[in-house]
Design a protein around this ligand. Sequence first.
Ligand SMILES: CC(C)(COP(=O)(O)OP(=O)(O)OC[C@H]1O[C@@H](n2cnc3c(N)ncnc32)[C@H](O)[C@@H]1OP(=O)(O)O)[C@@H](O)C(=O)NCCC(=O)NCCS
Length: 182
Amino acid sequence: MTDQAPHPEGDIPGKPTAASRTTLSHIMTGSDTNLLGTVHGGVIMKLVDDAAGAVAGRHSGGPAVTASMDEMVFLEPVRVGDLVHVRAQVNWTGRSSMEVGVRVMAERWNESTPAQQVGSAYLVFAAVDADGKPRPVPPVIPETERDKRRYQEAQIRRTHRLARRRAIRELREKRAAEGIED
Ligand SMILES: CC(C)(COP(=O)(O)OP(=O)(O)OC[C@H]1O[C@@H](n2cnc3c(N)ncnc32)[C@H](O)[C@@H]1OP(=O)(O)O)[C@@H](O)C(=O)NCCC(=O)NCCS
């Protein structure tokens, strides 16, 4: 089920997904808007990074830094007054990295309808020690069927991230070896 490398320090006890799952809620104000009067995407991205960072820190039991953020999707505009809920959980763990999945929900300030999904993102955090070097993380234990699906989907994204990085690095090395400057 996993492509995790073994921890050199020995087995670290796993933690269930639910142990670090969290929700960050925030009411949008006038200072959060773009020129169109809706909420700036960067404001939502900050909340996403904050919520994901809280989850990564809780899961790994210490500091964790954002290594990458991908597939940030904005589905619907968010407006001033909306109550935004940013739900985050660890989907997958490697040796020192964690993929955190984030779902952004908005309760419209002027409607009594259920919260609507307005965005989502996947972030990779690396747990680091006091010197900023990667340190091992506890393996996440997905317990529900939904968490197991998210774990498997995260493995697919991990495979694609690594393959893309490798392919780009190889292309650059090849062009450099051919003496091509850009
Ligand atoms: C993230 C960071 C700690 C990685 O350090 P590194 O020396 O490259 O270490 P590694 O190559 O061993 O990577 C550590 C883990 O992160 C993963 N990782 C590193 N860069 C990644 C990227 N761009 N995307 C996805 N995963 C990444 C690696 O796959 C590895 O995972 P694993 O241990 O589970 O197999 C380092 O690049 C860093 O400190 N970056 C700055 C982070 C930061 O400051 N963020 C806030 C921005 S203001």
